[in-house]
Write a protein that binds this ligand. Sequence first.
Ligand code: CP
Length: 305
Amino acid sequence: MSLKFKDLLGLEHLDKNDLQTILDSVKIFKGLFKKSNKTSTLRGKTVVTLFYEPSTRTRTSFEIAAKRLSADVVNIAVSGSSIIKGESLIDTGKTLEAMGADYIVIRHMLAGTPDMLARNLNISIINAGDGFHEHPTQGLLDLYTIYERKKRIEGLRVLLIGDILHSRVARSNIWALTKMGAEVLVLGPSTLIPASIEDLGVKVYHNLDEAIKKVDVLNILRVQFERQQENLFPSIREYISLYQLTKERLAMAKSGVLIMHPGPMNRGIEVTSEVVDAPNAAISEQIVNGVAVRMAVFCLLEHVV
Ligand code: CP
């Protein structure tokens, strides 16, 4: 099994077969990960992580995944690197390539940055989140978590709740889920819903009490206060009253509805602690699946060097 491309920049350009190949492979890697097994698949390979934005889950998960595959891992702290002296991203990438890096895992605040690096280097580039654009491994781990719990994707209704405007996770979820035959609904304050989102094949809802009754999966997104240049909703109190996922709202949902959140969470804002700890919440499982997804991605990308 392999994908016919060297980089993972987003899920927009993957087809259903590519996504199914990844899902099948994640199952195998999850089995290895759960047994604490290490494989020698990437022995002699070097993975460099280059994060221009903060991360707990994604960076650590990539590092653990690479180490489980026996790769060498180098984490670059942007604040202590020559990037601060004005070195261009492409020069940084070429320097890492010359030193023998086989993969660069990059998170950047500007959409398209991983793509620019991929076009200028021969090694594999993996997008760990670029601006508002995509977060493909998060989209894949969300897809796998739904597939594992619900045993299918086709025909499911998935509701993405909250700050869709600033969410690269929402975009990667939308690409993956619609290609696999799910129906995607998005819901949030109208100021946090992009104007042309319906062009991506999703339906827009504004009333959570109405939408929650219709769906099989609830994927709650974080309010990204740090990306908002202005107040995009009148008050946190109003956001909570209209969009917070509470125990009372959950009681209106279908039994067995799957609850997900990519993290980090604002407990008490987009979701209550009671909901996070509900039996049908898969938030911890998403973290486990994240390692397996990243192991699969490292192994499935085509190597040209
Ligand atoms: N879900 C996610 O991307 O989390 P981090 O920002 O901690 O990597």
